[in-house]
Design a protein around this ligand. Structure first.
Ligand SMILES: [Zn+2]
Length: 161
C-alpha cells in the first residue's frame, strides 16, 4: 500500500498540480496535538472579545481545556528558544522547528526541569504540566503555531478526523 501511495504522489508531482507540490514541500514538518487528539478547544484563533480586558483583540493561538497537571507535549521536534516565566503568558515555552515554524505553549503550571533555552526536544516529549499561570481566568493551554513569525491557525496544522 505504501509503495502505491508513493507512486501516486510521484505521478501527481509529475503533473505539476500546485496543491500537491505545496504539501510535498511542507512534508518535513508535521504537528501533533500538544495534549491529546480529543482535547477540547475553548477559544479559537482570530479576533475575539478578550476574556479579561473585554476589548476586541487578536487571539494568536487556540486555548485548550485542561485540568491542572495535564501533560503537555512538544508538537514537533525542535530547539527550545525560551522556557521560563513571561509576563501574561505565565510559565511559557517556545520551540523552534524547521521550515520557519515555531510553537508556543503558555499558562503552564510547571515546566519540565530538564528544559532550558537551547534544549533539543523530540516530537511528543514532555514539556511540562498544564496550569493557570499568568493572565488567565482558569486552567488552560494557550497554544500557538507561527510560520516565519506570523501566527497561524493551529487547527489547520493539527491532525483531525
Ligand atoms: Zn489563548
Amino acid at each position: 500500500m505504501k509503495t502505491v501511495a508513493i507512486l501516486t504522489l510521484l505521478l501527481s508531482l509529475l503533473s505539476f498540480d500546485p496543491a500537491v507540490v505545496e504539501s510535498a514541500n511542507n512534508g518535513s514538518v508535521s504537528f501533533i496535538n500538544p495534549l491529546n487528539d480529543k482535547a477540547v478547544v475553548l477559544s479559537n484563533f482570530g479576533m475575539r472579545t478578550h476574556p479579561i480586558l473585554r476589548t476586541q483583540k487578536m487571539h494568536k493561538g487556540i486555548d485548550f481545556k485542561v485540568s491542572e497537571g495535564d501533560k503537555v507535549y512538544a508538537s514537533e521536534k525542535g530547539i527550545v528558544l525560551f522556557a521560563g516565566e513571561k509576563e501574561k503568558f505565565g510559565n511559557f515555552i517556545m520551540v523552534k522547528h524547521s521550515d520557519g515554524f515555531v510553537t508556543r505553549y503558555a499558562h503552564l503550571g510547571r515546566i519540565d526541569k530538564e528544559l532550558s533555552n537551547g534544549s533539543k526536544v523530540e516530537k511528543g516529549q514532555l514539556l511540562g504540566l498544564a496550569g493557570k499561570s499568568g493572565q488567565t481566568t482558569g486552567p488552560v493551554l494557550h497554544f500557538e503555531i507561527l510560520l516565519d513569525g506570523e501566527p497561524q491557525d493551529p487547527l489547520k496544522y493539527l491532525p483531525h478526523d
